[in-house]
Design a protein. Structure first.
Length: 261
């Protein structure tokens, strides 16, 4: 394996926007050519051989998509979309199964950040910026129910989304189990505990899990986590913004790593 391809600091991409692709055949060819599809919209009720070919390709590649009314597609583009519109991601997604071995081969201690249900693009960008500064090796996001990587997200991240690997996986539960099997502890940041974020040892291989402000971390992920950790709160407001919470927890990991040297 060429570990240089998964170096935490990557060259910045020149692309600043998501490329739109419209037309069923054009979308099919984009998928076949290996384009990273950020989002895919298909008109409800379409039938025929070519749409079946597209649906088969989507299933084969385990891609997320949305069935939408034609009005939605018409708002996206006034051109002849034929019932299919896709947006190509400005970044290339990676697989955590490839990233983790590369981190170990470089002799580094993995620090991974998993985002469960963070849908606001600006929060996502801000988290990516903090994660890159804190030395996080990779971000993990779900295939569905996550903020899209848009120009706004990239701008808010100050370009960090070009420099830190982003891994998109359909099942965060299975991905979390893989991380545990790879020697990483799971630390879930949640209010559903009496333990504070200072108690886990972040100098060992660690994956930090952050949830959405609305629903938090899914119960399945909380159930398998090795540690639950909350941020102490002394004011009347019940919670911090998720990007701020991520920064607080990640920099506790930074503090521990610096004082352990």
């Amino acid at each position: 394996m060429n570990t240089n391809s998964f170096n935490r600091r990557r060259d910045a991409s020149p692309h600043e926007s998501n490329q739109m692709i419209f037309g069923i055949r054009a979308v099919i060819e984009a998928i076949k050519s290996g384009k990273e599809i950020e989002s895919l919209y298909i008109q409800r009720g379409l039938t025929g051989g070519i749409i079946l070919e597209l649906r088969s390709l989507i299933k084969e590649n385990e891609m997320a998509f949305q069935l939408v009314p034609v009005e939605k597609l018409n708002r996206l583009t006034a051109k002849n979309h034929q019932g299919a519109v896709a947006f190509v991601s400005p970044i290339t997604y990676e697989k955590i199964e490839n990233v983790i071995p590369a981190i170990y081969e470089r002799g580094e201690v993995p620090l991974i950040l998993m985002l469960d249900g963070v849908t606001d693009v600006r929060n996502f960008g801000a988290i990516a910026r903090t994660a890159e500064c804190a030395g996080v090796h990779a971000l993990i996001v779900p295939g569905k129910g996550s903020a899209q990587i848009t120009p706004d997200a990239i701008k808010t991240s100050a370009g960090a989304l070009y420099r830190i690997p982003v891994c998109r996986h359909d099942s965060l539960f299975k991905t979390a189990k893989f991380l545990q099997e790879s020697g990483l502890q799971l630390v879930a940041c949640t209010e559903k505990t009496n333990d504070y974020l200072y108690q886990p040892d972040y100098t060992v291989p660690t994956a930090v899990i952050m949830g959405s402000e609305e629903s938090g971390i899914s119960n399945d992920l909380i159930r398998i986590s090795d540690h639950l950790a909350k941020i102490p709160m002394f004011g009347e407001i019940e919670s911090l913004n998720v990007s701020v919470s991520a920064g607080v927890l990640l920099y506790e990991a930074v503090r521990q790593k610096m004082t352990s040297k």
